[in-house]
Every structure is written in C-alpha cells, then in structure tokens.
Design a protein around this ligand. Structure first.
Ligand SMILES: NC(=O)c1ccc[n+]([C@@H]2O[C@H](COP(=O)([O-])OP(=O)(O)OC[C@H]3O[C@@H](n4cnc5c(N)ncnc54)[C@H](OP(=O)(O)O)[C@@H]3O)[C@@H](O)[C@H]2O)c1
Length: 258
C-alpha cells in the first residue's frame, strides 16, 4: 500500500510517499481502508518534534511512529477473530494517536476500542475532522471541567480545532459561554453559539470585570496569572496544549491556582 512516511523531525518536506507493507489486524484489531484523514496541531508537533517535551512521547532523536496521522474515517476491510463490535463493510471513524498513529496511508489497523461507527449523516471527510479535537474538547469541558447548566465558561481560543467543539459542547451542557477569537472569526464564534465574543485584536481579557466558573485556555497565548485573575473563587482552569513553559510551569507553582 502507499503511505506517507517520516524518518526524521523537520519541515513537512521531510515526509515521503512510499510503498510499504499493508498491515494485518491482530485478534482484537480491525483493518480500516482509509477514505479520509485530517491534519491538526498534533501532527505539526509530531513532525517538527517541537515543543521538545513532545519527544518524550514521540521519540527522542527521531519519530518512533513511521507513518503519521491520527484522525481517520474509513471502511472496515478485515477483522481479527476476537472483534465483536464491527463487521466487514462498517463505516467507522477514530483517533489512532494513542495506538501507533498511521492514518496517512491507504490502510491502518486499530484496536476495535479505538474506532466508532461513523454517523450516517457525516461524510468521510467531515467525520475524519472530528475525533481528536472533539474528544479533547469533551474531556476539557465535561470530564475535567465538570460544568453544569448556568455556569459561566470562558473558552480562550474558540475558533480553532479544539475551541470550535468546546464552544458547542459547553452550550449543549447549558453553560453561558464567552469565547476569545480574532476579528476574522467573531461571526463564526457567534454562529457556533457563543453568548459573548471577545476580539483579542481589539480588547484585552484582563480589562473585563467578568469572572468565570471555568476557563479553558486552548493555546499558549495568555499568561497563567491572567487566567487566575478572571476565575471565580473555587473556579477551575483547564489548559489544553500551550507552549513548553506553560505546560511545565504549573507543575512547579501549585500555589498559582490554589
Ligand atoms: N487540535 C487537536 O486535536 C488538539 C488535541 C489536543 C491538544 N491540542 C492542543 O490545543 C492547542 C490548540 O490546538 P488547536 O488545534 O485548537 O489550535 P488552532 O486551531 O490553531 O486554534 C487556536 C485558537 O487560539 C486562538 N488564538 C490564537 N492566538 C491567540 C491570541 N493571541 N489570543 C487569543 N486567542 C488566540 C485562535 O483564534 P484565531 O484563529 O481567531 O486567531 C484559535 O481560536 C495546541 O496547543 C494543541 O497542541 C490540540
């Protein structure tokens, strides 16, 4: 089969289109014929090997996963003998980043737990854009954020991969949603359901007097102290991604969010 293959960290032109062996599913795996795969921020991190902290997971000197690609949608072409949820021909989608990546290829194998039936009303292309970003948003808003109806939620970065899902999930759970985006995305943020939109090109977050029950920071563009200042007492801050220093800092300054 044909696949995009990576052998060193660097710019996208280090990727190569190669003929590789078609994978064979293990007993608890499915073989998926890939119809669509999506590219998001995680793929950029994996290919560049930056921030360097990512190399702890992806390989210190070179990428340890030869075929990149996490999100995909496709059709099941073969199943292992212990697979119970799927049959050949089922349309599925999923995020394979926690089970070896490999979706920038004609075929990929995955544990059956890593895929789900694709909703009929989603095209393969649309479905492939959902898994990683939407699951990250769901974990931040629902699982770690614990929001309930009426909570005031700020999503800082509501027009990107994770943020667009975060705004919609927070609204669906009954929160009052404020999001921060740039001028070109203000209309989109309203369309996604945000109650209030702050344009970071024109306004500063710490100029506002509003306090929030939950703040989701979906990038590395704000000082952690600013987030603390806009939280209600007992409020919660969840960081999604961010710069190296923003990932490391909270580990050494637990007083910050007490
Ligand atoms: N995408 C995923 O599946 C995924 C999964 C896990 C973790 N993450 C992590 O989450 C973070 C964001 O990923 P993403 O895919 O959502 O990125 P993205 O698509 O680039 O979105 C970034 C968001 O931040 C906003 N933004 C940029 N500069 C800003 C600033 N100075 N002030 C306020 N907002 C600003 C952007 O708004 P404008 O576009 O309007 O400028 C946009 O809404 C990354 O660190 C990534 O590693 C992503």
């Amino acid at each position: 089969m044909k696949a995009i293959v990576t052998s060193k960290y660097g710019a996208p032109d280090t990727l190569e289109l190669k003929e590789v062996e078609k994978p064979v599913p293990k007993a608890d795996e499915v073989l998926v014929k890939i119809h669509a795969a999506s590219v998001n921020y995680g793929n950029i991190v994996l290919q560049r090997g930056k921030p360097y902290i990512a190399r702890l997971a992806f390989g210190l000197r070179k990428p340890k996963f030869p075929i990149p690609g996490g999100d995909m949608a496709g059709t099941i072409e073969a199943i292992g003998e212990r697979v119970t949820e799927f049959k050949i021909g089922d349309e599925v989608y999923g995020d394979l980043s926690s089970c070896g990546w490999g979706t920038f290829a004609e075929y990929a194998t995955a544990p059956e737990k890593a895929v789900a039936h694709k909703p009929r009303n989603l095209s393969f292309q649309d479905a492939a854009a959902v898994p990683m970003a939407a699951t990250t948003a769901l974990q931040a808003i629902r699982d770690s954020g614990n929001i309930t109806a009426g909570h005031k939620v700020l999503i800082h970065g509501g027009s990107g991969g994770v943020g667009t899902f975060a705004v919609q999930i927070a609204k669906a759970l009954g929160a009052e949603v404020t999001t921060v985006v740039s001028t070109r995305n203000v209309a989109i943020a309203h369309e996604l359901g945000a109650d209030h939109v702050i344009d970071y090109k024109k306004e500063k977050l710490d100029d506002k007097e509003q306090l929030y029950d939950l703040v989701i920071g979906v990038n590395g563009s704000q000082r952690l102290l600013t987030y603390k200042q806009i939280l209600q007492s007992g409020g919660r801050f969840i960081h999604v991604g961010g710069t190296e220093s923003q990932i490391i800092k909270p580990c050494f300054s637990d007083h910050l969010f007490r």
